[in-house]
Design a protein around this ligand. Sequence first.
Ligand code: SF4
Length: 215
Amino acid sequence: MSEDRVKKILSLLEKAYPDAGLVLHYRNPLELLVATILAAQCTDERVNKVTETLFKKYKAAKDYGSARQEIFEEEIRSTGFYKNKAKNIIACNKELVERLGGNVPDTMEDLVTLPGVGRKTANVLLGNVFGKQAMAVDTHVFRVSHRLELAKSNDPDKVELELYRIIPQEKLTRSCLVIGTHGRRTCVARKPLCDVCVVEKLCNSPDKIYTTPNV
Ligand code: SF4
C-alpha cells in the first residue's frame, strides 16, 4: 500500500464528507458508552430513538448499575440482543461505580476491563470524548477498508492495527470518521453507489456496482 494512495484516498474522503461525525447522540462519556454498546448490530438511528428516552431516566453510572434487569431489557428491547446488552450495561456501570468512582475511564487499558466494552467501543470513546487519536473499526470502517484494500484481516482488531500502520497517528480519529461516513452514505453494504464515489478510480473492489451506463 503506497503512502501516496492512502493520502489520496483520505484527502478525497475528507473533501467529500466535511461534516463527518458520529451519528449517535450523546452529551457526555457515559452516554456515549451506553449508546455505543446499544449500537452493536443495530442502526445508530434506532439507538438514538431509544436513548432519547433512556437518557432522561438514567443520568449517572449508579442509575444504570442499580437498574432492574427485566425493566431495562424492555427499555432497550428494540435495539436487538437486548438481554445481553442490558446485562452488560448494568454490569459495566456497577464496575464504574465500584472501581472507578462512577467515571468512564480514558485509557484503552481500563476501558476494555469493563463488561461489554471491546476495542471498538473503547476507541469510539477515546477518539470522540477524550480527544485521543483512535481508530474504531465498526462494520462500516471494516467494509470500506477491505474494499479499498487498506486492510486484509477478517478480525476487526487486526484491521485496526493494519490501519495504524498506514494512517498517520495524528489523523486517526478524523480518518475513522470519514471512512465510516463513506461506508454509511456511499460505500454501503449491499449496493454501493460507485457511480458517485469520489475514490472510484482508486478502488479495485469486486463489489463495485454501476447503475449508470458508460460510467
Ligand atoms: S467504488 Fe464502490 S466499492 Fe469502491 S469504494 Fe467506492 S463505493 Fe465502495
